[in-house]
Design a protein around this ligand. Structure first.
Ligand code: DGL
Length: 272
């Protein structure tokens, strides 16, 4: 087994839902998780800016010696993939294709919905992937209230119910809904209660973890307990609160200066 860690990143806490599932599927692997909390949220920035941030973080993780990278953020995946995967020598996996595959398999009628940030929805990345994969109908909606709710830990109760009703009250009939933002699995209870059992919720975190061993070309691992290193570029209060809410992952949270990511990117650009 290659002992180098796997890099995982998101704009903040959302990717922790992916990390948790990855650790379940790959318990012997080491991980470095970077939450770009200083530059969160990605969902209201331009695609070009998000693509640049994704390149900086990937350059930094590669300099840290990772053997593969999981882009645990739909907004970054929609903005920077597949180019990111072509630019780096290590395997780079996004979150969109995994969710699409699972949704197409789960839908009986081929009518599939997808929700995410403005940037992800405007990129059309999910919609195109769904049409390519044989969906008969595609319904897409940006749900901007969900990310701040999750960041504040308001994942159940009246506020969550009102936000879900506001964003999903009027929709086309679908029987599978992709949670196309890594923050949204935390609202799965509230969304599932509102939509009822006839709509299957597709959790991108679970879908990514299931496909990761193959996509990241990982060797079978021996029996050992992997280590998780947690890093943030800015604020860590919400990050720690989210670790408690998600459960299953813990440990010290280290601060990394944004300049380190930018320097890694500049060094890479100089090397060509
Ligand atoms: N978690 C990110 C995603 O999957 C979005 C959060 C943000 O807007 O930064 O798209």
């Amino acid at each position: 087994m290659d002992p180098r860690p796997i890099g995982v990143f998101d704009s903040g806490v959302g990717g922790l839902t992916v990390l948790k599932e990855l650790v379940k599927v790959l318990p012997a692997e080491d991980f470095i998780y970077l939450g770009d909390t200083a530059r969160y949220p990605y969902g209201s920035q331009s695609r070009e800016v998000v693509a640049r941030l994704a390149r900086e973080i990937t350059s930094y993780l590669v300099e840290c010696g990772v053997k593969a990278v999981v882009v645990a953020c739909n907004t970054a995946t929609a903005s920077a993939m597949p180019q990111l995967a072509q630019e780096f020598a290590v395997p780079v996996m996004g979150v969109i294709d995994a969710g699409v595959k699972r949704a197409v398999a789960a839908s009986r009628i081929g009518a599939i919905g997808v929700i995410g940030t403005y940037v992800t929805m405007a990129s059309g990345a999910y919609q195109q992937a769904l049409w390519r994969s044989g969906a008969k109908q595609v319904w897409a909606r940006a749900c901007p209230l969900f990310v701040p709710l999750v960041e504040e830990g308001l994942v159940s109760g009246e506020m969550a119910r009102l936000a879900v009703a506001h964003h999903l009250g009027q929709r086309e009939p679908v029987d599978a809904l992709i949670l196309g933002c890594t923050h949204y699995p935390l609202l799965k209870g509230a969304i599932g209660e509102f939509l009822g059992p006839q709509v299957t919720l597709i959790d991108s975190a679970e879908s990514v973890a299931a496909l990761a061993p193959e996509e990241l070309r990982l060797d079978p691992a021996p029996r050992r307990e992997g280590r998780v290193q947690l890093q943030v570029t800015g604020e860590d209060r919400q990050f720690r609160a989210m670790l408690d809410l998600i459960g299953g992952i813990g440990g010290p949270v280290e601060r990394v200066r944004i300049e380190r990511l930018q320097e890694a990117y500049a060094r890479r650009a100089r090397q060509g």
